[in-house]
Design a protein. Structure first.
Lengths: 71, 156
């Protein structure tokens, strides 16, 4: 089994853009080139196993999520 | 009367002059003073050297104690780590879990400190057959570098 982790600034539906984060710690940054969606991930065989809300905001546009996919 | 005062003053001036006049030293006396100075200098250097040696010894003892403490800690950590690594459930902590390669660490059960020697990543653990059971964000920060997480994994 494989694991991959994505981040979304606003994860509100299966078509919300999600991104890989490259680097770690202070060097971590969203890699816009890796943009995809949960729908596309599922189509390619990945399964969303965990979705963790990473910010406190209750506004849809700030629904930051860390998404963990397994295949 | 005035003359007596003047003579008196002259007398005391002469007396003062001779009392303050430096005695001219003979070459032997100069040599003796120089020898004395050298002996004192030598003693001072010896005392400094002894003090420096004692300081170095104390420092070496402290360093030895520190190494011994580090060795004991490493041994304990290795023992605990070995016990934890044989378990089928593990709990890891990450300072910043942002992708599958982010470093994650086991937490020392007695001290709640991070065991640096246990560093791994979710990707490596998945290759070894581990699966993610639960994941909890433990910090409130929304900054990527502060994505503190507790990760629970199991292996059949």
């Amino acid at each position: 089994m494989e694991i991959t982790i994505y981040f979304s600034h606003s994860f509100v539906n299966e078509s919300s853009p999600i991104y890989k984060i490259t680097g770690n710690g202070a060097l971590a940054s969203v890699n816009e080139k890796t943009t995809t969606t949960a729908l596309d991930m599922i189509k390619t065989g990945w399964r969303l196993s965990h979705a963790i809300k990473t910010s406190q905001s209750a506004q849809l546009e700030s629904f930051n999520f860390l998404l963990i996919f397994e295949k | 009367m005035n003359n007596n005062i003047i003579y008196g003053l002259i007398f005391f001036a002469i007396l003062y002059y001779f009392s303050k006049k430096k005695k001219k030293l003979t070459p032997e006396e100069i040599a003796a003073i120089e020898a004395d100075r050298l002996i004192k200098e030598e003693e001072r250097k010896k005392a400094e050297a002894i003090k420096e040696e004692e300081r170095k010894k104390a420092q070496a003892i402290q360093e030895e104690k520190r190494k011994e403490r580090a060795r004991i800690k490493a041994e304990e950590e290795a023992k605990i780590l070995n016990e934890m690594l044989t378990s089928t459930h593990r709990v890891y902590f990450s300072y910043s879990l942002v992708n599958e390669d982010s470093p994650i660490y086991l937490v020392h059960p007695n001290t709640n400190s991070i065991m640096d020697s246990s560093e791994t990543s979710l990707k490596k653990l998945y290759v070894d057959g581990w699966r993610l059971l639960d994941i909890d964000k433990t910090g409130k920060s929304a900054q990527l570098e502060d994505f503190n997480f507790i990760v629970r994994l199991s292996k059949n």
